[in-house]
Design a binder for this molecule. Structure first.
Ligand code: ADP
Ligand code: MG
Length: 264
């Protein structure tokens, strides 16, 4: 038996917010096998982002008590030093993309340079590799994009650029935190299709966080439903959707079906 790519057990992230303790993540188990796509769903505030950020070691700078374990290919993520962490981020480890690419991209640096910085120096000339990444994320028709600045791009293009940057390290795992929430519906679909194609072609595992269960139904092998910092239900997507065991899951499904009904 090989270890799962990502193995989270009993993870708790309690944030110290002023005088209060917010139990953002409160005992979560989650495994991601190599090359699979796992969905995390749940209402706003249920702890999805905090879970992913804790696993990716990208929590905001806030006093927090973290316990439990998180391992990447058997290596302790939570205790890992900065150098080892950088290593995992630079080469064949994990990357993360967010809802808001503008908050992530450098406003004063051209797109080409930002993608180039994410590439390691070891694999030869960067220009063709930048072009290849742009192809992969569906920006092949926009070669001049490398000379543009983030604010000169549409939301969908910016999200594709962020994906290209995330792919530069050839990650085995991509955390995608509501990657399409801020986009128009048609663009959402295109970006999700691009992500799914990358998942298949690169055999890259994805943890996708979304409140859109239709997305999970389309692309995820397994799904975890979060409520108040806990996973209340998880399992293979098909069976979980066909036969939800937890009333909260059933409610999310019902809401999502109603939403789907009003979509074009
Ligand atoms: N930086 C922060 N400061 C204060 N509270 C936070 C912060 N980040 C998250 N929280 C709190 O932690 C809980 C989980 O939030 P979050 O992980 O963002 O949920 P989700 O991604 O599911 O919307 C919420 O109660 C939220 O208010
Ligand atoms: Mg969130």
């Amino acid at each position: 038996m090989t270890a799962p790519l990502l193995d989270i057990t009993g993870l708790k992230v309690h944030l110290h917010v002023g005088e209060r303790i917010v139990r953002a993540v409160d005992g979560v188990d989650l495994q991601v096998a190599h090359g699979t796509c796992v969905g995390v769903v749940g209402e706003s505030g249920s702890g999805k982002s905090t879970l992913a950020r804790a696993a990716a070691r990208l929590l905001p700078n806030l006093p927090a008590t973290i316990s439990g374990t998180a391992q990447f290919e058997g290596r302790d993520l939570l205790g890992m030093n900065e150098r080892a962490l950088r290593g995992l981020r630079r080469r064949h480890g994990f990357s993360m993309i967010f809802q808001d690419p503008l908050g992530y991209l450098n406003p004063t640096q051209r797109i080409g340079a930002q993608i180039g910085e994410a590439l390691s120096d070891e694999d030869g000339a960067k220009t063709p590799r930048i072009a290849a990444l742009l192809d992969e994320v569906g920006l092949a028709g926009a070669r001049d994009i490398v000379r543009r600045y983030p604010h000169e791009l549409s939301g969908g293009m910016r999200q594709r650029v962020m994906i290209a940057i995330a792919l530069a390290s050839a990650p085995k795992l991509l955390f995608a935190d509501e990657p399409t929430t801020a986009l128009d519906v048609t663009v959402q679909l295109q970006v999700l299709q691009a992500l799914y194609r990358l998942h298949r072609e690169r055999q890259m595992a994805i943890v996708i966080i979304t409140h859109d269960l239709a997305v999970v139904a389309e692309i995820c092998d397994a799904c975890h439903v979060m409520q108040s910092g806990r996973v209340v239900e998880s399992g293979p997507t098909a069976s979980l959707f066909a036969n939800p065991q937890h009333p909260y899951t059933a409610r999310l499904l019902e809401l999502s079906r109603r939403r789907a009904g009003v979509r074009p």
